[in-house]
Design a protein around this ligand. Sequence first.
Ligand code: CA
Length: 381
Amino acid sequence: MCRRRVSLFVIFASFSVVYGRDPRETSAFASHCEGTVCNLVLGIKNIPQKNHTTPPRTTDQQLLPVLHLLDGITNVIKQDKQRTQQKFSTHDKQIREVVRAVGLIANNTRRYQTQVREKFGALEKQLNALQLLVGGDTSSGVITRPKEKLDLSTVVATDCAALYLAGVNVSGIYLLQPDPSDNRTRFRALCDMDTEGGGWTVIQRRHYGSEDFFRGWKSYTEGFGDLEHDFWLGLRHIHRLTKFGNNKMRFDLQDWDNKSRESTFDFVRISDESDKFRILAGGYHGNAGDPFHTPNMDDSMQSMRFSTYDNDNDMNSKTSCARTFSSGWWFNNCFLVNPNGIWYPSPTYGGKIPNGIIWNFWHPNGYSLKSIEIKLRPELF
Ligand SMILES: [Ca+2]
């Protein structure tokens, strides 16, 4: 707006110089004047120079230069308006880019905050594990070295990953306590310190055919079997292991040709008994298939509650999947995988119904696997 006023003032002043004085002054003005305004004022064609010797002109002739000048002023205003609009357009674009950049920065900041929080959570877990390892006072926050060599049979850690990070890298049976503040959560578990970096807490193993897995709700809740052979760790312990932070779940399979496959899920959560130990999992990778996201939703394990022959929580209203297939599992209507089915000494199931250890993604038609293990590990390890 200020620039426009200055332009108009200059134009009127120039007009006064050119048309209100002696022609010699006009000539002098022209020789010293440059720029848009001067060109406008001097460039108007057919403007008669003021000559004191010529006879007076008619009123229309006298108005002609004024009309030309007004046209010129209008053009200047139009050009000024266009320049202003271009500037605003440029500024708008720049502002949009700045807003977009700020949005990206905010998103990245939130992601980094989440990662930092998770890292701190993992470090806190490791710290608790170390405190348990040395038998130190967890309230002091001070860790001291044990005076004597650790007796691994008495070592306690929050999970096998914490043990591994504390320097215990030999697979075996260890004492775990997922909640450091509650020793009622203490139990013995098998730690796999060899598979894919170690630190896995094994929650199920079928390899020896030494254990009956056709059991009721109480057994599956509390766990059963022999940690040195076949076992089910227990849903209550499994829930506690997945309660803190994100955890991975891995299935290791072996067939009767001794070929192996695996499925890993980067996220798994198992709720407590009040929700029938409902399971959620995602982030699949591996070569054995994903039973949580199946083409037919009736087969998917996602968000299923656990079922046993005496506690039917499956999605089949006509029958008990657990009873029909001699197992306890997160059945839908009914399944594509049944890791807790009957262990057979061959791939062939014994009765009329395929109730063996089934993993249909790999071996369909009731093929019963030779071996399977299920294990957990914190995502950040
Ligand atoms: Ca049912």
